[in-house]
Design a protein around this ligand. Structure first.
Ligand SMILES: [Zn+2]
Length: 233
């Protein structure tokens, strides 16, 4: 086997390794991706703040209406009670009852509206909490799937790494160093095949004699278009 064939084998292994490493990286990123969950958490946070604001408004208004009702009962029972009252006292009581009778109903209406709103917002919050639970469970399940996939890919990487070590031992040191240098500057591809008389990477024409030389020569032949090593297959 000539040198370019061994380097080509190395190239095939390296390209596979690169693809598999990218896969592992992508899987780790998917595991770390918590975007959907953070969006739901943020909405829940806002909903909780809004709900507590409504609840505190409702508490205020409820304590106001409760104290007005108590006051009205007290004034009514004083008005109709047996104790003697001066005409001024009677008039004051009547005025107070009339004023309470005027102001209480609109407040009670507001209280009722707020009760309805609080209930609706509580329901929304509980739906959101359900969504969060579902998302967290789904994410946990996906984690397991991703971990399984990572284990499979990692095993494949280990196998290829052993194969790569063995293959690189069959290549002379200087050729290996050259291969690595070309890989570094040529997007990881150092060795190209000849397909339809052209370089499989840049498409430049490879003459029959160049191809022959790549097949038989002990020295390496390079593509004139991209400078990569030609594999004389
Ligand atoms: Zn080329």
């Amino acid at each position: 086997m000539n040198q370019s064939a061994n380097l080509y084998r190395l190239q095939v292994i390296d390209s596979k390794l690169e693809m598999l490493n990218r896969q592992v990286h992508h899987l780790h990123r998917q595991i770390a991706d918590e975007r959907e969950i953070s969006v739901i958490r943020k909405i829940i946070e806002e909903q909780t703040a809004f709900l507590s604001q409504l609840e505190s408004q409702l508490n205020d208004i409820s304590s106001k209406t409760a104290s007005m009702r108590t006051k009205m009962e007290q004034s009514n029972s004083t008005l109709y009670g047996k104790a003697n009252k001066s005409p001024k006292e009677l008039q004051d009581l009547q005025m107070e009852i009339a004023s309470l009778g005027k102001h209480l109903p609109p407040l009670e209406e507001q209280e009722l509206d707020l009760m309805v709103s609080v209930e609706a917002e509580q329901q929304k919050l509980s739906i959101l909490q359900g969504q969060l639970k579902t998302s967290v469970e789904f994410k946990a399940k996906s984690h397991l799937d991703f971990e399984d996939q990572i284990a499979i890919v990692t095993k494949e990487i280990e196998k290829l790494t052993v194969e790569r070590d063995a293959t690189s031992k069959s290549v002379p040191q200087d050729a290996l160093a050259l291969y690595t240098r070309i890989q570094q500057v040529k997007s990881g591809i150092a060795v190209v095949e000849v397909i339809d008389s052209g370089c499989s990477s840049c498409g430049a024409e490879i003459s029959k004699s160049e191809w022959q030389e790549a097949r038989t020569s002990t020295t390496l032949i390079y593509c004139q278009g991209c400078g990569r090593i030609i594999y004389g297959n």
